[in-house]
Design a protein around this ligand. Structure first.
Ligand code: LLP
Length: 421
């Protein structure tokens, strides 16, 4: 469920008409609903009720500080994957002891930043990384809390580019080597081994892969404990999928996911962390764009929008489907017609949808891409010298621009010209 609904023939974000935001900020733009963000966070928090837990929002999904602050005020921790994300979370007011640091290639500088600024734990992905964290901790006179990310070799049954839990993927250490790696970690005085981390992929639409992975984590917990490690925290990653269309089978709900966690791991008396990103932000955001032209091609009509692949890359990158709806609600019974929906960028890949049925649209009409709140704005670029599009946050009947559209001068003046030119 989200808070983007038609009311009196027009699409609203909570109590604000989308057309009002468009008039104020221009198109294209991203808009997020506070109520939807909070509802989705709460679903996870409630799903783990009765267990000691922390929901660490994977901020890579949508990292505007206004979003982070909204979630942090509700009690969320953060999962960060770079020094930049760490600093951004801190800037939004998230305390270090609620930030976990994941990622396969943390640099020494990033580790130093997080360790000196305060960190809940590093999710370590390799032995060389472990050595670097140890050295920096000793240099700073600190002890770094760590989990080791294990690769359980399970098939997440998702898009190949976002599956991470198979042995051929770059993530984690092979679960079969865990005893050896944990013994190594325990021998390093700058580290305190507190738990195990696992994350098998994103946009999972079934519980079975989670069940396989978490069962392996449960076995590993007992094994490592028997080898003398005080395993007391399990970070289970993110990955629960969202419905991208209204028609297909919906993925499992957070409450079912929570029940699975309790069933597979509840007996271990560990603190549980999860790192959901997409499910919290995905359906809490739209990208709104305007029709520039309607062009009749060979046997097809093109809807040319002012939004493009640089603003929302998911269709071009993962063949992802986003529902696209007219902001003006189509009159009942209006006949739909197929359009190829494209952006203005100079490549054929800049296609959002082919032969998508839409009500008849004209230049100037607004359309909204649903489920664009996660991996939308954060993956945007300035390709074709198109400015990053603004982000807007709605709260009831209020809205605020939470990131401005940069001017062309700001973009152009970022280049510097060498003296020999
Ligand atoms: N934890 C770790 C260690 C991750 O790598 C990720 C996502 C998450 C948590 C959050 O997963 P989520 O709950 O959002 O599924 N750009 C792609 C998705 C990439 C996901 C990368 N890792 C897309 O647009 O589909």
């Amino acid at each position: 469920m989200d808070h983007f609904l038609y009311r009196d023939g027009a699409l609203y974000a909570e109590d604000v008409p989308i057309s009002e935001i468009a008039a104020a900020v221009g198109t294209p733009f991203y808009v997020y609903s506070t109520a939807t963000l909070l509802r989705h966070f709460q679903l996870f928090d409630d799903a783990l009720e009765g267990t000691d837990h922390l929901v660490c929002y994977a901020m890579k999904a949508a990292s505007n500080q206004a979003i982070l602050k909204t979630l942090a005020q509700a009690g969320a921790g953060m999962d960060v994957v770079s020094g930049g994300e760490y600093l951004r979370a801190k800037a939004a007011g998230v305390p270090g002891d609620k930030i976990v640091f994941s990622g396969v290639g943390k640099t020494a500088d990033e580790i130093r930043t997080a360790l000196s600024g305060g960190i809940r734990q590093f999710n370590v992905e390799s032995e060389p990384e472990m050595e670097v964290i140890n050295a920096i901790a000793l240099e700073l006179g600190l002890v770094a809390p760590i989990t080791v990310r294990v690769n359980p070799d399970v098939d997440a049954k998702t898009h190949a580019k976002i599956a991470t839990g198979k042995s051929e993927n770059k993530f984690g250490i092979p679960i079969a080597r865990a005893s050896e790696v944990y013994a190594h970690a325990a021998s390093l005085p700058g580290l305190e081994v507190i738990g195990i981390d696992v994350h098998i992929g994103s946009q999972l639409t079934e519980l079975e892969p989670f069940e396989l992975a978490y069962t392996k984590v449960a076995e590993l917990t007992e094994k490592l404990r028997s080898e003398g490690h005080n395993i007391r925290r399990l970070d289970l990653g993110g990955g629960l999928g969202i419905p991208y269309t209204r028609s297909n089978d919906a993925p499992p709900l957070p409450v079912e996911y929570g029940a699975l966690i309790k069933k597979t791991l509840g007996h271990l008396d560990c603190e549980i962390e999860i790192e959901p990103g997409r499910l919290i932000a995905g359906n809490a955001g739209l990208m709104v764009s305007k029709v520039i032209y309607v062009k009749s091609g060979e046997g097809r009509d093109f809807l040319i929008l002012d939004g493009a692949m640089n603003d929302l890359i998911r269709p071009a990158m993962y063949e992802a489907h986003h529902d696209i709806v007219a902001v003006q609600e189509p009159a009942p019974g209006v006949e739909q017609q197929p359009y190829d929906i494209v952006g203005p960028v100079c490549e054929t890949g800049d296609t959002f949808a082919k032969q998508r049925n839409m009500p008849p649209l004209e230049p100037g009409d607004l359309v909204a891409f649903r489920s664009a709140g996660a991996y939308g704005a954060v993956m945007a670029s300035e390709y074709n010298t198109r400015p990053l599009i603004p982000e807007v946050l709605v709260h009831g009947d209020q809205f605020a621009v939470i990131r401005e559209r940069p001017s062309f001068d700001e973009i152009i003046n970022r280049d510097t010209i060498p003296t020999w030119l």
